[in-house]
Design a protein around this ligand. Sequence first.
Ligand code: NDP
Ligand code: PMR
Length: 400
Amino acid sequence: MALQTASMLPASFSIPKEGKIGASLKDSTLFGVSSLSDSLKGDFTSSALRCKRELRQKVGAVRAETAAPATPAVNKSSSEGKKTLRKGNVVITGASSGLGLATAKALAESGKWHVIMACRDYLKAARAAKSAGLAKENYTIMHLDLASLDSVRQFVDNFRRSEMPLDVLINNAAVYFPTAKEPSFTADGFEISVGTNHLGHFLLSRLLLEDLKKSDYPSKRLIIVGSITGNTNTLAGNVPPKANLGDLRGLAGGLTGLNSSAMIDGGDFDGAKAYKDSKVCNMLTMQEFHRRYHEETGITFASLYPGCIATTGLFREHIPLFRTLFPPFQKYITKGYVSEEESGKRLAQVVSDPSLTKSGVYWSWNNASASFENQLSQEASDAEKARKVWEVSEKLVGLA
Ligand code: NDP
Ligand code: PMR
């Protein structure tokens, strides 16, 4: 199997933007005292060659395992005339930690799903799967770096070579750089939060839509993880800096931070805002998929806010004091806290619960952990903006 060299190289680099001034909440509050991380290095280790070898072996193994892709989703057992469902195949991006890993565990342990862990760091994913106790036959790891469009395309090729049908795609991976003073960029030159969280997933979803369409699984789903902090109709969404995509002038300029702004709205760089903006794009993309493809394909498109999983790696770039105080703050003050395990069960519900098949929905959970259809903010449900984000994004990722 051929692997592009590019998919094994660091996919992000950082350039300082001149003349950056401007202070924001992140510079001055307890929850955001700035300590610029020096660790935008990605997780590409000197073991890249070993990864490559292992990936070859793994994908080889997958091909052997799935040598009979023609198995229909529903089999009729001849003796009893009973219908049985084959295991579903679910791709989870960023399954090496946090919500993604917890969801992989919940789905794999249900015995109904084979999980394809789409991860940028193969060895980290392998260790995570092992320590979470995933049984070997229930998962496959495939390399995917969302901060590189080449890597996204390579992942899709590799996945297709495995000959597994695709039944559900979960766009879960994300990065968050709240203390960054200057933007960093993906391999293709996009500001890294929107480039990874939105544009990488946008290309992945557009390409894998074809594979989802081909699946004969009874309930096919494409899920994008959203968040409360991108929704300005909530208290959490009103903590500055607030999400705001403006007229998309920065996005249209490619978020390069050179001749155009690194921010979607064209404003000064703010890492926390870039993350929240990327979540708005995620939620808008889900709805645009729904409008364009639900009726024709029957695929369920959904997003969700899984609760505040205050202990995950998402906050790894935040200052230590934040990481210490954030979990008790969410547990005892906002009461928005949810454990990684519980959040994984919630996302697993969105993947496979027969009562959550409605398309175009943004799911949330109440204090009793019951799911409900939540209301998106005005901006995150603006159909015209969703169309524009879609059209600009497809140009940026080379689909139009
Ligand atoms: P984690 O940091 O634990 O997980 C993020 C995952 O994304 C990791 O596996 C990480 O890989 C992966 N990832 C990051 N960059 C890339 C990339 N370039 N290519 C491929 N994978 C990448 O955070 P969470 O589990 O908290 O976040 C999961 C999702 O949940 C995100 O979409 C986040 O926005 C959302 N969310 C989280 C909330 C929370 O409170 N934590 C609340 C609301 C939503 P690696 O392990 O290699 O770093
Ligand atoms: Mg929040 C009900 C109130 C609530 C909830 C559910 C969250 C979730 N937050 C709430 C309130 C507040 N937060 C308040 C009142 C404050 C000011 C003290 C506050 C602050 C705060 C900070 C500085 N909160 C944060 C941060 C972050 O850096 C996190 C963030 O925005 O990441 C993007 C965050 C979060 N608060 C949440 C959730 C779920 C997050 C992080 C995860 C995310 O949106 O992906």
